[in-house]
Design a protein around this ligand. Structure first.
Ligand code: G1P
Length: 303
């Protein structure tokens, strides 16, 4: 079995999607730049990678994504103005994203699916295991999912995906895993994967949430993977090949996440994520919660 247990240091963040669910907001602004409270969604994701020790970040972008690069770069003019005003607090906020990680960018060109986006990372990643983080899933910084996944990868080799139990009625929104238990309560051996199955055909209620630690053999597999659901090259299909043949890049394990995940992929979930995160913020939370309580009780009375 060829599988690499080299130290994981690179994170890949696909960010080439058109974000059509958020039109018109995403007509000229990438969906990754939409604020969750006061920080663009993408910054939470880069912070998560860095917190797990991955400070080399490759973003897979597309047309219309310049502001992503600008966000992680310096803005000298703004910094000078804030400095001159002595506004250290805001200056710190403006600089926060700049020094987080070593950022790299590559364009996907044709949007041929998530698997294809990951394949664009091959020249940068080379021959070592790497992480993939999808921007629509935000993982609470208090729940160190990615660190657990990299530990599991170092223990077992191969690839590791993040799974979460969902209501069977929503499994059609996710990749779904067939899995067998291991000695660890939060780790399963993945025996099969299917992208967005109908509830009736789903092998379990274990949904893939957007975190992966992948053996570099995945690149060769993706290159041979035919377009699947939606006519797109799916990472789930490539991982299905690997899960059923561990001679390619080792086994596939799943970490079953039971922590706090916020979905920013659709509008209602995005609003919920903002409310939940705002409630937990030290600076905004106390006032916002008080307002929210009053608002909810007003709503209840008017029904
Ligand atoms: C992608 C993956 C899917 C996974 C999901 C997690 O789908 O293809 O397997 O469950 O991310 O967020 P998307 O939501 O981008 O359509």
């Amino acid at each position: 079995m060829t599988t690499s247990r080299a130290r994981i240091s690179k994170a890949v963040i696909p960010a080439a999607g058109l974000g059509t669910r958020f039109l018109p907001a995403t007509k000229a602004t990438p969906k990754e730049m939409l604020p969750v409270v006061d920080k663009p969604a993408i910054q939470y994701v880069v912070e998560e990678a860095v917190n797990a020790g991955l400070s080399d970040v490759l973003m897979i972008t597309g047309r219309n994504k310049r502001s992503l690069e600008d966000h992680f770069d310096r803005n000298y003019e703004l910094e000078q103005i804030l400095h001159a005003k002595g506004d250290d607090d805001r200056l710190r906020k403006a600089q926060e994203s700049t020094d987080l990680a070593t950022m790299h960018y590559v364009r996907q060109g044709d949007p041929k699916g998530l698997g294809h986006a990951v394949l664009c990372a091959a020249p940068h990643v080379g021959d070592q295991p790497f992480a993939v983080l999808l921007g629509d899933d935000l993982i609470d910084p208090r729940d160190a999912l990615l660190t657990r996944m990299t530990d599991v990868q170092q223990e077992h080799g191969g690839s590791v995906i993040a799974l979460m139990e969902v209501d069977p009625s929503s499994i059609h929104l996710y990749g779904c895993a067939a899995a067998a238990p291991t000695g660890d309560d939060d780790v399963v051996r993945v025996t099969g994967l299917v992208e967005k199955p109908d509830a009736a055909d789903a092998p379990s209620n274990l949904a893939i949430i957007g975190r992966y630690v992948l053996d570099p053999a995945v690149f060769e597999v993706i290159a041979k993977t035919e377009p699947g659901r939606g006519g797109e090259i799916q990472i789930t299909d490539a991982l299905q090949t690997m899960a059923t043949d561990p001679s390619i890049g080792g086994p596939v394990h799943g970490v079953v996440f039971r922590g706090r995940r916020y979905d920013t992929g659709d509008r209602a979930d995005y609003l919920r994520a903002i409310v939940r995160l705002a409630c937990e913020r030290e600076d905004l939370g106390p006032d916002f919660r008080a307002w929210l309580r009053a608002y909810v009780s007003e709503e209840m009375q008017s029904r």
